[in-house]
Design a protein around this ligand. Structure first.
Ligand code: HEC
Length: 205
């Protein structure tokens, strides 16, 4: 079978599947108008509604403005101790990089042939540092850190990038106020033209 035919076949299967799902949900609507959001649709015969606790476990994203940041706090000093214990092996002394990426430095390199993209040189929002560490690090034990520890590590890394002073304390109020040097260079695409995949916007974007 040619690639094209195989693709057509897959697309056809996709259409059948989509139709089934659509008519299934249409059925659910018409046959159970009295059903509340809390009652699972029995006729599917599988699955269960996620509990608020289960949803909370997944709902961990932190917005650029800090929405979602939990209570707690951490200092640069506390962060240094945790970094040595949990991060240094992969990210190197003071975040300068080892087997894993550098987290510090790279200032002024973005528009050179060898850009070094770190938290300090590249990331637009300080709150993303919290989000990333909280959801993904340490690499070998993600989501094992407590909020105080994540705040402390965030403080240490922002301090190592010279963005906050040595005595800074990071918490849900102070972290969103930290301004990242490269934030101004992140620009939303203004029109459809600039969003065509594969076509790089070179002017006025
Ligand atoms: C076992 C090795 C390992 C350990 C330990 C580790 N990391 Fe990482 N880290 C990685 C790898 C690999 C990546 C790249 C992941 C990717 O691109 O998907 C990464 C990426 C990151 C990034 C994003 C870097 C970027 O610019 O994209 C941050 C921030 C980070 N780690 C922080 C930490 C912190 C804080 C700790 C300690 C709590 C830690 N890491 C511990 C391996 C590690």
């Amino acid at each position: 079978m040619s690639t094209h035919n195989r693709l057509t076949q897959w697309l056809a299967i996709g259409v059948v599947a989509t139709t089934a799902v659509v008519s299934g949900s249409a059925l659910a609507q018409s046959s159970s108008t009295s059903r509340t959001a809390q009652t699972p649709p029995a006729h599917y015969g599988f699955g269960k509604l996620a509990s608020p606790e289960e949803i909370a476990g997944w709902n961990i994203d932190i917005s650029p403005d800090g929405v979602g940041l939990p209570p707690g706090s951490g200092t640069v000093e506390q962060g240094k101790a945790l970094y040595t214990q949990l991060c240094l092996a992969c990210h190197g002394e003071n975040g300068k990089g080892a087997s894993a990426a550098a987290l510090v430095g790279g200032d002024g390199t973005l528009n050179t042939p060898k850009p070094v993209r770190t938290i300090g040189s590249f990331w637009p929002y300080a709150t993303t540092v919290y989000d990333y560490i909280n959801r993904a690090m340490p690499w070998d034990k993600p989501q094992s850190l407590k909020p105080d520890e994540v705040y402390a590590l965030t403080a240490m890394l922002l301090n190592a990038n010279k963005l906050i002073p040595d005595d800074a304390v990071m918490d849900a109020q102070s972290l969103p106020k930290v301004r990242m040097p490269n934030q101004k260079n992140f620009k939303a695409a203004k029109n459809k033209e600039n969003m065509i995949p594969g076509v790089r916007c070179m002017k006025g974007c």
